[in-house]
Write a protein that binds this ligand. Structure first.
Ligand code: 13P
Length: 281
């Protein structure tokens, strides 16, 4: 069943666990994520359709497929619009039936990000849709399909976060504490001290972007300190592409339908690993 993420995240925040938000852009990725959630004991899960993937699928197709697939499974599923800086696309996703949207104004000046986010919240909340916003900025690592290589790391300022949330009414806030989109070039340096201060001030669901490659113990520490939604994209893609390349490069490459099945099982495998990391702490 499709739901918005407000309740999903407040339960997770209370129980000190995180809901996985995994990027999807076709049937195979949606099936892989949903199969993993069911196999792991019917966990709530977020299908994150990034504005980046509008060439792969329209918002309407993403909604229709998520609706059909989630109706056949007895788990709460949220179809979420990931990273979108175009307000028209955000409003369109809300109209199509997405359960939550991330308006990403993090590259804008503070006041402008806040004004746009407030507008999105007013419209989304009137339609029963939840909103995530981002404050601070996340850098890009290796193999990222999001952001740009020029993205700079700017940690979220806890005091600005207080003002931002009070004035916009967002349901969840993505924080910048040292994670990157893509794979890490060295060991990740995650600023738990900043996260703890933000959590103390806000006491609300916080989101960690750049989940790929964060060590299990660091993920667990972040969940203890208030993170209850974690986004994973690059590792799923890198793993599936490596496995599919082996098949394509073999002396007798398989039929395309066999590759599609392999893609689905690779997504399922990586998603299960992360769902295990995200369990109650
Ligand atoms: P990774 O690609 O680093 O896993 O980050 C995903 C993400 O944050 C999607 O919004």
């Amino acid at each position: 069943m499709l739901v918005n993420f407000r309740e999903m995240l407040s339960d997770a925040y209370r129980d000190k666990r995180a809901v996985g938000s995994f990027n999807v852009y076709n049937y195979e990725t949606m099936r892989g994520v949903l199969d993993a959630a069911v196999e792991m004991g019917s966990k709530p899960v977020i299908l994150a359709f990034g504005a980046k993937y509008l060439e792969n699928m329209s918002l309407q197709d993403a909604y229709s497929m998520a609706f059909a697939l989630s109706s056949q499974r007895n788990i709460p599923v949220c179809l979420h619009l990931d990273h979108c800086s175009d307000m028209d696309v955000v409003f369109q996703a809300i109209r199509e039936g997405f359960g939550s949207v991330m308006y990403d104004g993090s590259s804008l000046p503070f006041e402008e990000n806040m004004a746009n986010t407030k507008l999105v919240c007013r419209f989304a909340h009137a339609c029963g849709v939840s909103v995530e916003a981002e404050l601070g900025s996340i850098a890009a690592g290796e193999a990222s399909h999001e952001g740009s290589p020029d993205d700079k790391e700017v940690y979220t300022n806890p005091e600005s976060a207080r003002e931002f949330v009070a004035r916009t009414g967002v349901d969840a806030l993505a924080v910048s504490i040292g994670t990157v989109h893509g794979l890490y070039r060295g060991a990740p340096n995650i600023r738990l001290d900043i996260l703890e201060r933000i959590d103390k001030i806000l006491g609300m669901p916080l989101v960690l972007h750049g989940g790929s490659g964060i060590p299990e113990e660091t993920i667990r520490a972040c969940i203890k300190a208030g993170i209850c939604k974690i986004n994973v994209n690059t590792e799923i893609s890198s793993y599936a592409v490596a496995e599919l390349s082996k098949l394509v490069g073999s002396p007798k490459p398989p039929h395309l339908s066999v590759l599609a099945l392999k893609e689905r099982s690779c997504v399922d495998e990586v998603v299960k690993k992360y769902i295990r990391f995200f369990e109650a702490q």
